[in-house]
Design a binder for this molecule. Structure first.
Ligand SMILES: CC(C)(COP(=O)(O)OP(=O)(O)OC[C@H]1O[C@@H](n2cnc3c(N)ncnc32)[C@H](O)[C@@H]1OP(=O)(O)O)[C@@H](O)C(=O)NCCC(=O)NCCS
Length: 171
């Protein structure tokens, strides 16, 4: 059975399964230094290909992953947002993650895309709580989390770096 490409829609956005048609725009996003100022590094072409393959592996294994964020008005690819399985302090968690091209910041798209994912986690995956893992310096990301009702829970180490865990209980 062929899996549907569109995962969810919000007022202005469509989130769809990442495929070959998104590769060029995705690689450009992953090479953008402004988008990755709070990540260890931007990704070169080989690393971006590995990232792309990991997105697809997660999708096959978990049934969810990063999805492409598409602007409904002109079908532009504006970034990625999605639901990622993580193990934090020994517990299995679902993280809502987001990265948008800086060209599309300051329109409320980050909050809208994350909100759509949280709704999907609640309605379709019946997840009981959702987290975001955010570095304390990443104020824009903290703002997105707080606008969607997530609150600070604790600090943890994630990928070798200190992160804040923000959480929202669902259902
Ligand atoms: C974090 C990130 C996704 C935020 O994206 P964004 O779309 O600019 O964020 P928001 O949804 O908060 O919108 C920002 C502003 O748009 C403005 N805005 C303009 N039009 C709007 C509208 N129609 N609706 C809502 N907000 C609107 C608002 O002022 C809002 O800020 P405020 O609510 O704090 O005043 C983006 O900065 C990013 O990709 N960062 C790099 C990657 C990253 O760090 N990811 C997180 C890792 S933990």
């Amino acid at each position: 059975m062929k899996m549907s490409k569109i995962i969810l829609e919000t007022k202005r956005l469509r989130l769809e399964r990442i495929g070959f048609e998104h590769k060029t725009a995705l690689y450009e996003l992953l090479a953008n230094p402004k988008v990755h100022q709070f990540f260890p590094k931007v990704l070169d072409r080989n690393e971006a290909r590995e990232f792309f393959e990991k997105i697809q592996d997660r999708d096959r294994t978990d049934g969810h992953s990063f999805w492409a964020v598409i602007l409904k008005s002109d079908l532009s690819f504006i970034g990625i947002c999605g639901l990622l399985s993580q193990t934090i302090d020994g517990n299995k968690e679902i993280e809502v993650g987001y990265r948008l091209s800086d060209k599309y910041w300051n329109h409320g798209y980050g909050t809208e895309a994350a909100s759509g994912c949280i709704q999907y986690a609640s309605d379709t995956l019946s997840v009981t709580s959702i987290i975001s893992l955010i570095q304390s310096v990443n104020k824009l990301s903290i703002r997105v989390a707080e606008k969607n009702g997530l609150t600070f829970e604790k600090e943890t180490m994630f990928q070798g770096l200190p992160h804040l865990v923000y959480r929202l209980y669902l259902n």
